[in-house]
Each structure stands twice: as C-alpha cells, then as structure tokens.
Design a protein around this ligand. Structure first.
Ligand code: NAD
Length: 732
C-alpha cells in the first residue's frame, strides 16, 4: 500500500490518487514524494498515457500540507551537516515538482510533454497547493468550505517547495504578497479571482472537466519557461516592480519589526529569484528556505505553533475517560464573557442555556451572537439559515430549571466568592450529579470555589480569554480534588469549540495571568523609574510583543489592575512586592485615566476612542530621567519578567508540561511568537547565559529577577528545557 496510486482509463488519461494511509486528510511525507515521483516517471514513459490528473482520494479535500516532522528527518540525514541535509532534501522535492512541470518536454524547444492537471476536491494547503502550482492547470471543485493557500509563514517558515517562486511568477510580487506574506487562505472562487487556481467547476464535474482539458491537447509550457517571460507587475528593476519591492520590504519590516526571519527570507527569495531564470530561482528559494529552517526561531515556532499546538488540541494531556463531548451547556452570567462563551458554543452546534439575573441581561448576552452572525451575513460568510439555526440553539432565560439535562456548566458571573457560591448551589439543585461544573474565574482559587460544589471531583476551571471568539487559548485549571472526568470533559469541550487547551494546576493567577502581570508591572515600574514611556513600549514591540505593557494596561483597564493589586496585597500581606507599581497605577486611577474604556490612560484617545500617542501628562508626575537604559536592558527586563514566572510555574508544578507553557504563552498573551515561547526562548539563549543575565538583573533591579533554582541547576549542567523535559515528560 502506498499513499499514491495510479490507474489509466480507456482514453489514455492516467489518474494519480493521493490518499494518505491512516489520515483523514492527505499530508506529504518523504515516502509520499518517492511514490509520486515513481508514478510520474511511469506515466511519462508510457506511450499509452496521453496525460495525467492528480487528485485526492479524500472526500472534499486535497491536502492539508507537509508533515513538518520531515524537516527534522532531512536535518538528521546529513549527520553533522544538517544544512546540507535540508538543502538536498528540499532540492529533491523541487526535482519531483519540476519533473511534473516540464512533463517530458524537450528542454530546448519546449516541444512534447504530457499535460498534467490537478483536480482539487477541496482544501489545498501548503504542499497541497505547491503540487498543483507545478501542474499545468488547476481545477477546483466549487466547494465553499475549501481553503486554498500557503499558510507556512504563520508557523515561522515560508513555502519552500516552489510555492514562493511559482506563485510570485504566476501572480507577480504584488498579487502574491497577501498569499505568501500573510498566509491568506481563499475559498475556490476567491482563489480563482486571485489567479491561484485556473478553473472552478461543480464538484461532480471535477474529474470530467480535468479530463476534457487533458485530452484537448492544451499548451502546457509555463510562462516562465517561455522566451521573453516578464514577471507580472514587473521584476525588481522595472519601475513598477521597484516600487512593489520597496513597499513590500517596508511593510514586512513594519509588521514584523524584523524579528521574524521567515518573512525577510521569503522576500529575499522572491526578489533574488525574480532576477534569474526559473531553475536558478528555485535553488535560491531552497537556500533561503534552508537558512530559515536552520534558524532556531523557525524550529521553535514550528515546534510550538504546529507540532505541539496540534498535539495539545488532539488531547496530548487528556486523562483516560470515555468520550465527554458536550451536548448541552449552561452558561451562567450573560456579561462580556458569558456572551462570548455562548457564541462559541452555539457555533460549535452545542445547545446553550444562557442565564442571568434579569431577562434583559440574558437577552443582551444573546444579542452578542446575533450581532456576530449579522456581521457574518454582511460579509457573506454566514447565511440566514445558519443564523436561525445558531440562534435557535441559545435559550436566554432567568429560569434555572432550563438547565436540566446540561452535561456542562460554565459559570461567568461576577468575580466574587459569595456570588459564585450561591450560583453553584442554585445550579446544582437542578443539574444532576454527573454534570461537570466549570468556573471562568480569572483570579479566585478553584479549590476554594469547589467548596460550594456538591462534588469537588466534578468542579474545574475553564478560563477563557477576552474576547472569547477571537482568543485561541483556553486554560483548564484543576483544583486539588478535580477528577479525570472533569478534565476530559473540559478538554473535549475545548476541542468542540476549536480552541487550544492547556491544563494547569491551581495556584494564584494560574498560568497566563501569572506571567502577564509581571510583564505589565515591569513596564509600570520603569515609568516610576523615569524610563521614557516610548522606549518601554517600543522595546516591547521590537522584541515581538504584540502590545507594549502600558498599552496592555489601557486595554485591560487600570481599575482591573487596581482591583487585582488590592486583592493580591490583602492575600500576601508583607510579602507583597509590587508597592512601587501600585503607586503609579493608583495615581492613574485617581486621575480617572482608566484606559481605553475611559478614553484616557497611559495613551491619549480621541472622542471616537481612537488611540493616539502616549499621554504627555505622565511626565509631570513621573519625569523622564536624563539617563536612559539601553534597548536590550529594557527588553530583557520585559522578557525575563514573564519568562521567570513561567519557570517558577514549572518548578511549582502549576505547569506539568513545557509544551503547554510555550503554546499557552503565545496564544494566551502573545509572548514573542518568534521565540516559540518562554521555554523555547531560554533554550535559544541557553540556560547558562539566562542565569548569568538574571544575576545581573537581580543585582541591578532586585530580587524579582532571582534565578530560579531549576534554571540555575540547568545552567550548571548545561541542560536545555526541551531535552530535559522532552515532548511528553512531566516536569514536576
Ligand atoms: P460581566 O460583569 O461583564 O458579567 C457578569 C454577568 O454575570 C453580568 O451580566 C451579571 O448580571 C451576571 N450575574 C451576576 N450575578 C449573577 C447571578 N447571581 N446569577 C446570574 N447572573 C449573574 O463580567 P465578565 O467580564 O463577563 O466576567 C465574568 C467572569 O469571567 C468573572 O469571574 C471574571 O473574572 C471572568 N473573566 C473575565 C475576563 C475578562 O477579560 N473580562 C477574562 C477571563 C475571565
């Protein structure tokens, strides 16, 4: 059995069917390439075969992409010269695709050759589009659910099997840039409008249309193999092309702040490739691709954002328990979070009972889903029928009896132990003993809240981030007595709503907030010290954080910060370390500069709420010092503040798996994605350097930078987190 099989019909058209064994969607691996290559050789050599159609054996999809584990295999294939292994491996892929593209034509005259069409029943991503791009004509079934594109840039690499070179030659640098640089995916009709696929046909005519084309003796020479080929929109030295490339380069640097090696390398591959013949361009692409794959940032991004993210989504840390798929969820509290939780649940087809203390509040929560669907209708992404069906799943009410039959409750009422305890008792008087009760608290200990529950084993934290419909991460928190079924329930639910879960233990602020608060605090602390606020904000952005710490305070609100500070101080007493931070925060609160919501915060806002520059009134209270720290020092303070907290969370057993620490950091609060997450970052810079740097920061700025014992030990032993704590090994 192989992933590719070929059969030839009476008219001499060979059909190669890709059907990866044991997977629901096709993925390319090394053996797959060898098999495809052998079949292409056979088809080209067989005089009875007039042409070829490459298609998929999977219903409604073509391919999901490359098995990225292939990269590690290529690296290993050349012993101590991994770059050579990569380059040769990539060039081998190019050879197969180029063979398809040239299809036996005479290299000089371009005569001869056999037409090769690609027929896409649906989704075609990554290598799943690079193969079609090497074919002579791409047919796509009119399947509106299909996604067609090259998303590689989103995991820190770029399309390296000819996709970069072929697409930029097919569409021009400008036309290809949203597809290559942003990883934009299109449905078949939009892909045709963008020029990516050549024809969109009804699904049941896909193969017949491709066959008719193959038999029509079509011209098959690619434009770039013709004499006098000119890149659409102009090559770099053409006046129009020049503008495109200058603009693209500025845009890439503006968007990535120069921290993502793949975006720069991609642009270089397109730019340099545009100046030379196709076969040389492919080699250039392969060199840049190798360069990117050798960069530790790319490996870390692939590991966290592709391999580990997927593993967590598939239940890598799910305890053994029968299927816990949710059928009916009760959401208590129809405020900001409850409204979002109802939306994502109903979109996943789950029946929702949305409860608040007044009917008005419950209806308001449901109206969030209505507004979301209406936006979708305006954008032609949602139909009226879908809207009716989704809204029909949400029962907004004040009647707790409606919760009968729920197998999961997600509570999102006010952040108050007493209110939550009341609600828990009221809910459990209606639901049976098997119903799992989850709280969306962001600050209250789960074990404490579980005391109000009938059965602490069935009580758990499911912590969403705001806005619920946009944020990809969900943090699942086990209280001391939380049982396996509750964990499995939470994980199965998160899977249903298509988000990424991490499972952590119950300590103050769990994982994400625990790490993000020190980041914010470090930024505020620097304001107090007289560090120029624009230096703080820009240092954060230049190291890859999506928001500077001061902007983050504005977004989450100063009053929330004040509330958390007061509660933490009350809980910690004399050990509370953040008095200096509070001074600034409380002063802002007194000035009624609460952040975006009050149109005034560390930043200024206009009447419409549009954010302007940093607020200049800050300097009157906290003057900017004459001497400013260097950029790296500010960046290290901001990064270590978060990273050391992640290490402490691991040491204390809050985190049980560093993969969750890294994936959670990127998806939860945007920890510099280029680094692959805090643990990957420590592996990139090395534990010895990290420990040394912490010692310096401690001496200069205080005990909060003290090297955690675990990091010290790893520095002494020269260890790496991913080697020591491996893919599946538990830390604690
Ligand atoms: P919110 O104030 O917007 O909504 C709370 C809702 O609960 C209100 O509609 C209120 O009427 C309702 N409510 C209060 N008491 C009730 C009761 N006894 N019975 C039924 N309904 C009741 O608050 P929110 O921002 O949605 O936060 C809700 C929970 O989610 C809190 O525990 C909060 O800590 C947590 N959380 C919030 C965020 C965030 O960014 N806002 C993020 C993660 C978690």
């Amino acid at each position: 059995m192989t992933d590719f099989t070929m059969s030839t019909d009476a008219d001499g058209v060979a059909t190669i069917v890709w059907d990866t064994i044991g997977k629901s969607m096709n993925v390319m691996n090394q053996q797959g390439f060898l098999d495809l290559d052998a079949l292409i050789d056979q088809a080209l050599a067989d005089d009875a075969i007039k042409g070829v159609i490459i298609t998929s054996g999977k219903q409604g999809t073509f391919a999901g992409g490359m098995d990225l584990n292939i990269i590690a295999k290529m690296k290993e294939s050349a012993g101590d010269d991994p770059a050579r292994g990569l380059f040769e491996g990539v060039m081998n892929m190019h050879a197969v695709l180029r063979k398809i593209e040239r299809a036996g034509m005479d290299p000089k005259t371009n005569k001869g050759g056999k037409p090769i069409a690609c027929a896409l029943p649906g989704t075609a991503l990554g290598i799943g589009l690079e193969i079609p791009l090497a074919c002579h004509r791409i047919f796509a079934a009119d399947n509106p659910k299909a996604k067609i594109g090259l998303p590689e840039i989103l995991v820190g690499i770029f399309p390296g099997a000819g996709g970069t070179t072929r697409l930029s030659r097919k569409l021009g640098a400008m036309g290809a840039s949203p597809l290559l640089l942003e990883g934009k995916l299109n449905d078949p009709k939009k892909a045709k409008a963008a020029g990516v696929v050549d024809e969109v046909v009804p699904a049941d005519e896909l193969l017949s249309a491709a066959k008719a084309w193959v038999l029509s003796e079509p011209a098959i020479v690619k434009p770039w193999d013709e004499k006098g080929y000119k890149m659409p929109g102009g090559a770099p030295y053409h006046p129009a092309g020049f503008m495109t490339f200058v603009g693209a380069s500025a845009m890439v640097n503006g968007k990535t702040q120069g921290v993502y090696p793949a975006a720069k390398a991609l642009l270089s591959a397109v730019y340099e490739g545009a100046l030379v013949p196709f076969d040389t361009a492919i080699k250039i692409e392969a060199r840049w691709f190798t360069n990117v794959l050798m960069n530790p940032s790319s490996s870390a991004m692939i590991r966290s954002l592709f391999i580990n993210k997927e593993a967590l989504e598939k239940g890598a840390n799910r305890p053994e328990a029968p299927d816990q798929k949710v059928k009916k969820v009760g959401v208590i509290g129809a405020g900001m979070m409850g409204a979002g939780i109802s939306l994502v649940s109903a979109l996943a087809g789950i029946e929702v009972v949305l409860i608040d203390s007044t009917q008005e509040a419950a209806d308001k929560g449901k109206s969030y889903t209505t507004a979301h669907l209406d936006k979708g209708i305006a954008r032609k992404k949602v139909t009226e029928e879908k809207k009716t069906a989704v809204l029909g799943l949400i029962n907004a009410t004040t009647d707790y009896d409606a919760l009968k039959g729920c197998d999961l409750i997600v509570e999102a009422v006010f952040e108050d132990v007493g209110v939550k305890a009341d609600v828990t008792a009221k809910v459990q008087a209606v639901t049976g003993p098997d119903c799992v009760f989850a709280t969306n608290t962001s600050t209250l200990p789960i074990t404490e809240l579980a005391k109000a529950a009938a059965d602490a084993e069935k009580f758990i934290g499911i912590h969403f981030f705001s806005p619920v419909d946009k944020m990809l991460l969900v943090e699942i928190i086990k209280g001391k007595e939380t049982g396996d079924v509750a964990v499995a329930k939470a994980l199965d639910y998160v899977r249903q709503i298509k988000k990424t879960p991490i499972v952590v233990n119950d300590e103050r602020f769990f994982y994400a907030n625990r790490c993000i608060i020190p980041y914010i605090n470090e930024g505020i602390r620097m304001v107090k010290e007289g560090v120029e606020p624009s230096l703080i904000e820009n240092a954060a952005k230049l190291v890859g954080m999506p928001l500077g710490p001061l902007q983050l305070v504005d977004e989450t609100s100063v009053d929330l910060g004040v509330k958390i500070a007061k509660a933490t101080r009350a809980a910690m007493g004399d050990a509370y370390p953040d008095g200096e931070v509070d001074e600034v925060l409380f002063w802002m609160f007194d000035q009624e500069r609460l952040g975006r919501k009050s149109n005034a915060g560390f930043y200024s806002y206009d009447e419409k709420g549009k954010r302007g520059g940093l607020w200049d009134g800050l300097a009157a209270q906290y003057p900017v010092a004459d001497e400013q720290p260097d950029l790296i020092t500010v960046q290290h303070r901001l990064l270590f503040a978060q990273t050391l907290e992640a290490v402490r969370a691991l040491e204390e057993g809050v985190l049980e798996d560093i993969r969750e620490g890294d994936v959670g950091a990127i998806l939860g609060w945007g920890f510099a994605p280029w680094s692959g997450g805090p643990f990957s970052w420590l592996d990139i810079i090395g534990a010895p350097y990290a420990a040394e740097r912490c010692d310096q920061l401690t001496a200069q700025f205080g005990e909060r930078f003290k090297t955690p014992d675990l990091l010290r030990e790893m520095a002494d032993k020269g260890q790496e987190f991913y080697k020591r704590f491996g893919a599946t090994a538990k830390a604690a």
